[in-house]
Write a protein that binds this ligand. Structure first.
Ligand code: TF8
Length: 336
C-alpha cells in the first residue's frame, strides 16, 4: 500500500517535471527560415505563426529565426542554400522550383483551378503530395503548400482589356520556362527576373509590368509604381514550405514531427488570412490610386485559347501520368 502510494507520487512528480516536449527527443536548435516578401505580408504573418507553433510544440527548444524581404537571397538562391545545407528552411513559389524539379510546372498551368478550395484539395491530396516527394531526390523536403493566390496583371502603360494589349509590354515574369512561354505567346516582351529585383525594375521602368496576386501588389507597394491593374486571374500560384534535406535527415523523428505539425497549423492560418486579405486588398489598391479593369469573359477565353499550347510543354515536364491524375481529380471534385 505504502509502496504503491510512493510510486504514484513519484510518477506524478516526474510527470509534472517532464512535459511532452522534454520527454521527446528534441535538441536546442536555431532554424533559419527565409522568405521573399515583406514582414508585413501574408507570407510574413504565416512565417510568424509557424515560428510560434514550433516554439510551443518544442517547449522553446527549436527556435525559428524568420528572415524576410529576401535578405537571405531570392527564391532560387535560397533553394540552393537549402540544397547545400547552408540554410535550414524557406517558403517560396513552386514556380521557381521548376528548374530543379520539372514536375512542379504542373502548378503553372494557366487557368488550372477555379477556386482556392479546389486548389487546396488537389495540393493537399495525392497529386500534390506526389509532386512534393519529387523534391527529395534534389536535396529538398516539401512540408506544405500555402496560398500565394490568383495572379493579376499590373503595368504602368495602359489598361489591358484585350489579348492585343499585351503586345510590346515589357513584362517581368517568374524565372520559369512555362511563364516565359505563356507571356511570349500573349505577345508580351517577357523578362524573367527574381522577385527581389522587381520593385526596382518597375520603378526604373526596366519593365512596364508584372503579375501577382492582389495581396502581393499591396504588400510590396507595387501600386506606388504601377497605374493599371487588369483582372485576369490567369493562374493560381502556390507557395511551398521546404527544408534542406541534408539538415532534415539529421533531425530526430520528434523534431520532424514538431515541424510538420507546425507547418500544417501555418498552412491553415495562411490560407484563411490570404483569402480574407485578398477580398479587401482590391479596394485598398483602388483607394491607393490604381486604375482597375476586369477583363471581359470573352477576352479571357481568347487568352485561354492563345496560351493553350503551353499545356503541351507542361505535360512533357510533368509526365502524362501526373497530368492525367490532376485532371481526373479535378473532374471528380467538379462533379461533386
Ligand atoms: C513572384 C512570386 C513571389 C514569391 C515570393 C517571393 O512573383 O509570386 O511572390 O516567389 O515567395 O516571384
Amino acid at each position: 500500500m505504502k509502496l504503491k502510494a510512493l510510486f504514484l507520487a513519484a510518477t506524478l512528480a516526474a510527470g509534472a517535471m517532464a512535459p511532452q516536449a522534454q520527454a521527446a527527443d528534441i535538441q536546442t536548435r536555431l532554424i533559419r527560415f527565409g522568405y521573399g516578401l515583406n514582414q508585413d505580408s501574408n507570407q510574413g504573418r504565416a512565417v510568424q505563426v509557424f515560428a510560434d507553433e514550433v516554439a510551443k510544440l518544442s517547449g522553446g527548444k527549436m527556435k525559428i529565426r524568420a528572415i524576410g524581404a529576401a535578405a537571405l537571397g531570392s527564391d532560387i538562391q535560397m533553394q540552393q542554400a537549402l540544397i547545400g545545407g547552408a540554410q535550414e528552411m524557406m517558403v517560396g513559389s513552386t514556380a521557381t522550383l521548376v528548374g530543379i524539379t520539372p514536375e512542379m510546372a504542373m502548378w503553372d498551368t494557366p487557368f488550372l483551378f477555379n477556386s482556392g478550395e479546389e486548389a487546396d484539395k488537389i495540393l493537399d491530396g495525392r497529386a500534390g503530395q506526389m509532386l512534393m516527394e519529387k523534391l527529395s531526390d534534389k536535396g529538398l523536403v516539401g512540408l506544405v503548400y500555402w496560398e500565394n493566390g490568383f495572379r493579376n496583371l499590373t503595368n504602368s502603360q495602359k489598361p489591358v482589356t484585350r489579348v492585343e494589349d499585351f503586345g510590346g509590354l515589357k513584362l517581368r515574369v517568374m524565372q520559369n520556362t512555362v511563364f516565359l512561354d505563356t507571356f511570349q505567346r500573349l505577345g508580351a516582351n517577357a523578362i524573367p527576373l527574381p522577385f527581389s529585383e522587381l520593385f526596382t525594375a518597375l520603378e526604373t521602368k526596366t519593365v512596364d509590368g508584372q503579375e501577382n496576386p492582389y495581396n502581393t501588389i499591396l504588400s510590396s507597394k507595387f501600386y506606388e509604381v504601377q497605374k493599371y491593374l487588369s483582372i485576369t486571374n490567369h493562374v493560381y500560384s502556390p507557395w511551398i514550405v521546404t527544408a534542406s534535406k541534408k539538415w532534415w535527415d539529421g533531425l530526430s523523428a520528434d523534431e520532424r514531427d514538431v515541424l510538420l505539425k507546425a507547418a500544417v497549423v501555418s498552412r491553415d492560418f495562411e490560407r484563411k488570412d490570404t483569402r480574407a486579405e485578398a477580398d479587401k486588398a482590391l479596394a485598398q489598391l483602388k483607394a491607393d490610386g490604381m486604375q482597375i479593369n476586369e477583363v471581359a469573359p470573352a477576352e479571357i477565353e481568347r487568352m485561354r485559347e492563345t496560351i493553350k499550347p503551353v499545356n503541351e510543354q507542361i505535360k512533357q515536364n510533368v509526365g502524362p501520368a501526373v497530368w492525367q491524375a490532376v485532371q481526373n481529380q479535378l473532374k471528380a471534385i467538379r462533379q461533386g
